[in-house]
Design a protein around this ligand. Structure first.
Ligand code: COA
Length: 405
């Protein structure tokens, strides 16, 4: 199971889909023992997809590595009792059900605290529990729309949501950080606490840099496509590269800050010294280049069209100009460097065989992660209910017969 900073801590995990599951996957990768509780037969809602209802979805595999799964129908008296027994053995409880659902199950903060006074009780919702939207359900795009991001993403007349679940995975990550802080406080002061996070609030915090143009201009920022969102400067664009496939692009951005030499270096790289700041009045400042953005962009685009996105990125960056190729899942999955440094990992899944998945980004020198595939539904029933709670084989059979597990 590996060994890391959170080894010895046990997490009772009633998360589903992506937002909550990302949180507990991080805790697991940091060494915690994560016991994932799922409804019998169906599992948590993210386990199966519409397309293949009987097989774990790849989406489930990605966000549930290194966890143990137990089944429990918490709506049965026996199931609820199992949860209460498990709470006594756990340091943290995490859930991201819809508003009020966990309370209706009989697992409110007060109820859990009655079982374990030091429990750290973490809830992730779409909206703050003390705000006017407290009872509203939310998936990722609801939070990115209500949390500033979509207001500044897209084209001037077309707001566009992000292609990845920034609010889900982001909020889950922030919840993991908050839980670890609560564990530190518990170590020092001996107290548990309630940790609440709302996806909308997380997105507001993530969008904090947008207050720079808002405060400066007195109105919300415009959508600028691939342009620089904080200020009207150039170059900042995504340019087409050879061989002109759907993801053959490189983004190039030269610093807007006074004294930066990046534009002049870029001019040398693309063979256009005639466009340097001191010799070309139209290109003399980042703002001037924005006013003459077609002149600026066409010179860069002509150079990019002669290079692949990888070449363009390497040449620019080696010269000191920030540039990033669009790298898609295929680019990342097929590049050995990500496996060599553990950013991509291969796990052996009982249903899917060998699967290549993203690993844990932070590298801690005292965190030894042994990457394990997501668990089979109820795969740890015996280990947890008999090993941890001391149930006998007969009691386990009885719980099964009553459909409590
Ligand atoms: C995502 C969301 C909109 C889905 O809504 P939903 O499909 O109606 O699902 P809910 O989470 O509200 O309900 C889950 C139900 O399963 C039940 N359930 C979950 N685990 C259970 C278990 N182990 N045993 C018995 N019942 C269980 C809950 O009690 C609830 O039942 P109820 O509706 O009768 O109270 C909602 O969960 C939500 O807003 N979550 C918070 C925000 C969030 O995390 N969103 C992003 C997910 S990536």
């Amino acid at each position: 199971m590996g060994h890391g900073p959170l080894s010895g801590y046990r997490i009772l995990d009633m998360t589903q889909f992506e937002a909550g599951t990302v949180c507990t996957e991080i805790l697991a990768w940091l060494g915690a023992e994560v016991i994932k509780v799922e409804r019998p037969v169906t599992g948590e809602q993210g386990r199966y997809s519409q397309a293949e209802p009987g097989i774990d979805s790849y989406g489930f595999l990605v966000v549930n590595m290194n966890k143990k799964s137990v089944t429990c129908n918490a709506k049965t008296p026996e199931g609820l009792q199992l949860m209460k027994d498990l709470l006594k053995k756990c340091d943290v409880f995490v859930e991201n059900m819809g508003p009020g659902a966990v309370d209706r199950l009989g697992l409110s903060y007060e109820a859990c605290k009655a079982e374990n006074p030091d429990i750290i009780y973490a809830s992730l919702k779409g909206f703050a529990k003390d705000g006017p939207y407290a009872d509203y359900p939310a998936f990722d795009p609801i939070a990115t729309h209500t949390g500033v991001m979509v207001s500044v993403t897209g084209l001037p007349d077309q707001p566009i949501k992000s292609g990845i679940s920034v609010a889900d995975s982001g909020t889950g990550t922030m919840l993991a950080l908050s839980i670890i802080a609560a564990l530190l406080q518990k170590e020092r002061e001996g107290i548990g606490q309630r940790v609440d996070i709302a996806m909308q609030d997380f997105m507001i915090g993530l969008s904090r840099a947008q207050w720079e143009p808002y405060l400066a201009n007195g109105h919300p920022n415009r959508r600028v496509g691939n342009g620089m969102p904080l200020e009207d400067v150039a170059p900042s664009n995504t340019y087409l590269c050879k061989p002109f496939g759907p993801n053959d692009y490189v983004h190039i951005y030269a610093s807007r800050h006074p004294g930066s030499k990046q534009w002049d270096i870029l001019c040398d790289v693309i063979g256009r010294p005639d466009l340097k700041q001191d010799v070309c009045p139209e290109m003399s400042t980042p703002r001037k280049r924005f006013e003459n953005v077609e002149m600026c962009d066409s010179a860069i685009a002509a150079w990019c069209a002669q290079h692949t996105k990888h070449e363009a990125m390497d040449i620019m960056c080696k010269a000191g100009v920030p540039a990033g190729a669009i790298l898609d899942c295929d680019d990342i999955t097929n590049d050995p460097q990500y496996y060599e440094r553990g950013m991509m990992v291969e796990v052996d899944h009982p249903e899917h065989g060998k699967v290549k998945l993203p690993g844990f980004a932070p590298k801690l020198s005292a965190n030894e992660i042994e990457y394990l595939p997501s668990p089979a539904l109820g795969g740890a029933n015996e280990e947890v209910y008999c090993g941890l709670l001391g149930k006998t084989a007969e009691e386990l059979a009885e719980l099964k017969a009553k459909k409590a597990i």
